[in-house]
Design a protein around this ligand. Sequence first.
Ligand SMILES: Nc1nc2c(ncn2[C@@H]2O[C@H](COP(=O)(O)OP(=O)(O)OP(=O)(O)O)[C@@H](O)[C@H]2O)c(=O)[nH]1
Length: 220
Amino acid sequence: MKVGGIVLCGGKSARMGRPKAALPFGNELLLPRVVRAVRESTDFVVVVAAPDQEVPPLPDGVPVVRDEVEGRGPLGGLVAGLTALDGACDAVYLSACDAPFLTPAFVRRVIAGLGDPSSLQEEGWWVSVWAAVPQIGGRLHPLAAAYRARVLPVARAMLAANRLRMTDLFTLVPPRALSASELRDADPELRSLRNLNTPEEYAAALRELGVIECPFAPDP
Ligand SMILES: Nc1nc2c(ncn2[C@@H]2O[C@H](COP(=O)(O)OP(=O)(O)OP(=O)(O)O)[C@@H](O)[C@H]2O)c(=O)[nH]1
């Protein structure tokens, strides 16, 4: 099975108050850091940005594609990414750009949740699983999930109907929910699911990395 990676970096970053993609994290920036983790476990990666967004430098060979229409949220990004991959892969891992603790092992584990098409025994099960999505404490994580490429027309139809909630996709295509215990084999503390929305979350993540100074002061 050929698996691509899609890393989303559009959106407003309103809660952070500055573009999340270009936040320093250790000796790199957030977006290239996430791209690196996804690329280690997939065959190729595309980054999906807003139409006029400035994107920080990326590892060689990683293309940037743009949302077809600005501001349609992660679903619009998934559609733009799958369209750019244009049938080159059977499935994708979809990631937000603000997940600094994402690990390649976690990405592999989630992709494995789609099943193995080479196993005849599992074939029927595999074909019926359109997405593999972590579900922790009842909450689904659609931006740390794997999708079969065949979700594209369904996601496009949702955009056309202005249904933009990612989790609505799982009412239209059959997902397999991945439990915490399944995922802990790959990432014992499930840090791959942490994402940074606010300056406080960013500062806390930097402290975990051993960085004492936040490059900007969180709001009091
Ligand atoms: N390509 C693309 N990515 C998006 C879009 N909206 C959000 N994202 C990405 O999706 C991920 C989750 O985004 P959110 O944190 O929910 O939204 P945000 O716009 O980044 O932040 P807020 O404005 O604070 O809600 C991040 O990696 C964003 O960069 C979009 O319209 N297009």
